[in-house]
Design a protein around this ligand. Structure first.
Ligand SMILES: CCCCCCCCCC/C=C\CC(=O)SCCNC(=O)CCNC(=O)[C@H](O)C(C)(C)COP(=O)(O)OP(=O)(O)OC[C@H]1O[C@@H](n2cnc3c(N)ncnc32)[C@H](O)[C@@H]1OP(=O)(O)O
Length: 290
């Protein structure tokens, strides 16, 4: 992931680079983890770019780095907003890494699911303004990442699609994926789309309200910056309290049922019938390619 931003650099060790202006003020700080890059320039707006080829699958390692990056930005008082996008052509994120859910131990499934929950709790509950610049397809977990942001701008290419397609894989989107979806598009659209496991091409996603606007791909980052500026023009405390008011019930529900949700996931994903569905789905992806 690639994360970039400005202001007071507070990031961890590792791949840190900090530019210094003549007066000793930091110009920008870039923390390149291996799976995403992050930069925070003077504007106080970070850009986080997923860079985990081939398709930015949300593996345990990726989710961990994502959560750590969000925590670092959240704790950096100079950072007020983050734009999330991808460095890969045509793909925002392919969703949860299916290989993390296939043929692994119960302990592994537990750790993986906790990491999925952690990422969502941090992103959906973030005090920062979060804008998703969706520059490619974004199924399932990828859609969750985009939906957890405050605003979604998608490249207007009808070949790019977004949605919670879990049902197509023979799995069930958990209640907090569903709650997030309902909060974005409303109950009726969410119900139909979830039952059918629909992946919506960008123009349809826009019509349904799943994404807020479509722009030509080359204008995506420029538009994301403009939207961010509009949201940041308001006082942070008023915006943050309003965001909390709108999202708290859904966040609290997972916090209250976190262990039960992990147990449900582990039991569900360990079933031979589910393992079989996931294996068949992976085979279908590979065959489709050849
Ligand atoms: C009772 C209730 C209890 C609760 C139980 C909870 C149950 C679990 C809930 C789980 C929730 C969320 C699930 C997910 O997020 S699952 C992931 C869903 N994602 C998808 O369906 C997307 C699949 N991928 C694609 O459609 C395409 O790959 C793409 C993203 C459109 C890109 O297409 P492409 O042509 O550019 O690339 P492609 O050749 O298909 O793929 C390249 C290689 O990447 C592999 N791959 C793709 N997606 C994934 C993935 N999600 N995980 C792992 N690997 C993936 C693909 O197989 C190719 O590999 P290889 O090169 O052939 O080896």
């Amino acid at each position: 992931m690639l994360l970039s931003g400005s202001g007071k650099p507070q990031f961890g060790e590792g791949n840190r680079e900090v530019g210094e202006a003549p007066l000793g003020r930091p110009v920008w700080a870039a923390v390149g983890g291996s799976l995403m890059s992050l930069c925070l320039p003077f504007t106080g707006v970070a850009t986080m770019k997923f860079k985990s080829p081939p398709v930015n699958s949300l593996s345990l390692e990726f989710l961990t780095e994502f959560s750590i990056s969000l925590e670092k930005l959240e704790n950096n008082r100079a950072c007020r907003g983050v734009i999330i996008t991808s460095t890969l052509p045509k793909i925002f994120s392919s969703g949860l890494d299916i290989t993390e859910m296939c043929g692994k131990s119960m302990e592994h499934y537990t750790e993986f699911w906790r990491a999925v929950q952690e990422m969502w709790l941090r992103l959906y509950g973030s005090n920062m303004v979060t804008v998703a610049a969706v520059n490619g397809s974004s199924p399932a977990g990828g859609c969750l990442v985009a939906m957890s942001c405050d605003y979604r701008i998608m490249a207007e290419n009808p070949k790019f699609s977004i949605g919670l397609n879990e049902a197509q894989l023979g799995i069930v989107a958990p209640f907090w994926f569903k709650d997030t979806f309902v909060n974005v598009v409303g109950h009726r659209i969410a119900e139909r789309s979830l039952q059918l496991g629909s992946l919506h091409p960008a123009p349809e996603a826009h019509k349904l309200g799943l994404v807020d606007e479509l722009v030509p791909e080359e204008k995506l980052m420029e538009r994301a910056a403009a939207v961010m500026a509009q949201w940041l023009a308001l006082p942070d405390h008023a915006r943050q309290l309003t965001k909390t008011m709108m999202r708290k019930a859904v966040l609290d529900r997972l916090v209250a049922h976190r262990e039960e949700d992990i147990k449900n996931f582990v039991t569900f994903v360990s079933k031979e019938s589910i393992q079989k569905s996931l294996r068949m789905y992976m085979e279908m992806l590979k065959k489709r390619k050849s």
